[in-house]
Design a protein around this ligand. Structure first.
Ligand code: BG6
Length: 492
């Protein structure tokens, strides 16, 4: 799988994401031999840069963040195809320049007029950029060649705004030319969920309400949100990561087996299961939210969320959210899916834990009241990529004593191959025109349908989100959410 000729146009090239992830990922692809030597990259931004300035900056970003070693020859080849368009996103002159540059690159770099427009910009600009691309005949360029548009989340703020956004983008680019990035789908371990579930015979028979007690999906981060006030205030943990990453993980965990991994088959199954998500009647009892206070994160003293620079000190934005969902299908009816995400938690970890029911007739009753005997299959998405199965075993000795043990699969031990960064995989797929890993607008809208009622409920509360200490596992209300059901959160 090697990309063909083309030009990748980055809007918002000087932003954080482009500097830390996108340019390094493009370089890594080139370094792994997955881009053609004459590939072209166009930066579009407000800075007054020349192509040389852009290349100099790109070199620094790559040196700081690329995964593969720096290779002068590879970089020189890439840099020869770099151009910079200096202008505002609504500046017609800049789009004329862009059109001329793409003409020039079609000649000098034989791009075949294949153009991918990557919008790493605030969503409020999506409409303008799409319209300008259309007006300047770049959204449907001269033949031959293809045009694709890549959009970064957030895909809207709620269902209504997501619909509007989808309409705008898809009025300019046909649906199969729109690539919505959810970088979790680019992660090796997330794709491996499909392999684990559908490439093996031993898990699937147990993957249903007869054997599964509940599922816990956790995305814990130890970082705070210093420096991201302009994005995060008014967004919060649920909109930031539950609406997209965690609901995608839920969809992959719970969906039926697709007929194939074709984009349409895979995405239809995800959409179907998201459509079957049932909202709880009592939203308060089925959710929790919190804000981290000041305190200690390990050896580091950290400020509380409300004292982070740029945030309204009365902000009700949550930095932790947990929700309980059910899925109305024959397979899952009665099995709660608990999703939680938070900043400044005990450690950085993302995992999916499928927790099984206890054996119906526990012979070893000493431990009946705790988690003993409750098998679990845990897919460790990051950082310690792999999977764990928990089961009971006899403790060596003359007594029949039983203890829970784990059986581990770790990527580091099992494979010598290294995992590509999520953005490498996704950018390559955009260039190859392979859409399975990019959510369709229906999935995005279903996810908002699920989240909106929680958001509305939280917004109606007069109180602040519940406080929790940095380095903890979230507010007490989140533990209570589980306790009400006689369950506990895992401590990964
Ligand atoms: C982003 C969120 O989508 O994912 C961030 O906006 C979050 O708030 C990030 O920190 C986490 O990504 P990863 O790949 O480090 O888990």
């Amino acid at each position: 799988r090697i990309a063909g000729p083309g030009a990748l146009v980055f809007f918002g090239i000087t932003g954080d994401l482009a500097r830390k992830k996108l340019m390094p990922a493009v370089y890594d692809l080139a370094n792994r031999g997955l881009l053609p030597p004459n590939f072209a990259i166009v930066g579009f931004g407000r800075r007054d840069w020349t192509a040389q300035d852009f290349a100099d900056q790109a070199r620094e970003w790559i040196l700081a963040s690329a995964r593969t070693p720096f290779n002068e020859t590879v970089f020189a080849q890439l840099a020869a195809g770099m151009r910079f368009i200096s202008g505002a996103f609504d500046d017609d002159g800049a789009y004329e320049q862009l059109a001329a540059t793409l003409d020039e690159l079609a000649e000098s770099r034989s791009t075949g007029r294949n153009h991918a427009f990557y919008l790493s910009i605030p969503p409020s600009w999506f409409e303008v950029v799409c319209q300008k691309l259309s007006e300047h005949k770049l959204a449907k360029d001269k033949n031959p060649g293809w045009e694709r548009v890549v959009i970064e989340k957030p895909f809207g703020h709620d269902l209504a705004s997501a619909r509007e956004l989808n309409q705008i983008v898809e009025s300019v680019f046909p649906p199969d030319a729109v690539f919505r990035i959810d970088h979790y789908l680019g992660k090796e371990t997330v794709q491996n969920l499909l392999a684990l579930r559908f490439g093996n015979q031993m898990f699937e028979p147990l993957w249903n309400n007869k054997y599964v007690d509940h599922v816990q999906i956790t995305m814990a981060e130890d970082i705070g949100i210093g420096g991201r006030a302009s994005y995060y205030d008014g967004v919060g943990a649920a909109r930031d990561v539950i609406q997209n990453h965690l609901l995608q993980l839920l969809a992959l965990t719970a969906m039926e087996e697709p007929i194939s991994f074709d984009a349409d088959h895979l995405r239809s199954e995800k959409e179907k299961v998201l459509t079957a998500v049932k909202l709880p009647e009592d939203l308060g009892a089925a959710s929790a939210r919190g804000q981290y206070t000041s305190g200690w994160q390990g050896a580091e003293e950290v400020v509380g969320f409300l004292d982070e620079e740029g945030f309204n000190p009365k902000s009700k934005t949550e930095t932790y959210a947990a929700v309980k969902l059910e899925i109305n299908t024959r397979r899952w009816s009665g099995v709660p899916f608990y999703l939680r995400a938070g900043k400044r938690l005990g450690r950085r970890v993302t995992e999916i834990a499928v927790v099984f029911k206890k054996a119906p007739n526990l012979l070893f009753t000493d431990h009946e009241d705790d988690e003993f005997g409750q098998n679990a299959f845990v897919i460790r998405v990051q950082p310690d990529e792999g999977a764990t199965i928990r089961f009971s075993s006899k403790v060596p000795g003359t007594q029949m004593e039983i203890r829970d043990v784990t059986m581990d699969f770790g990527y580091g031990n099992a494979f010598t191959e290294s995992s590509p960064e999520a953005y490498e995989r996704l950018i390559l797929d955009v260039l190859l025109g392979e859409p399975p890993l990019f959510p369709r607008h229906e999935e995005v809208e279903q996810s908002w349908r699920i989240l909106d009622p929680f958001e509305e409920y939280w917004a109606s509360l007069p109180t602040q989100p519940d406080p929790y200490a940095p380095g903890s596992w979230g507010p007490e209300s989140s533990d209570e959410l589980m306790a009400k059901d006689g369950r506990t959160w895992r401590r990964p």
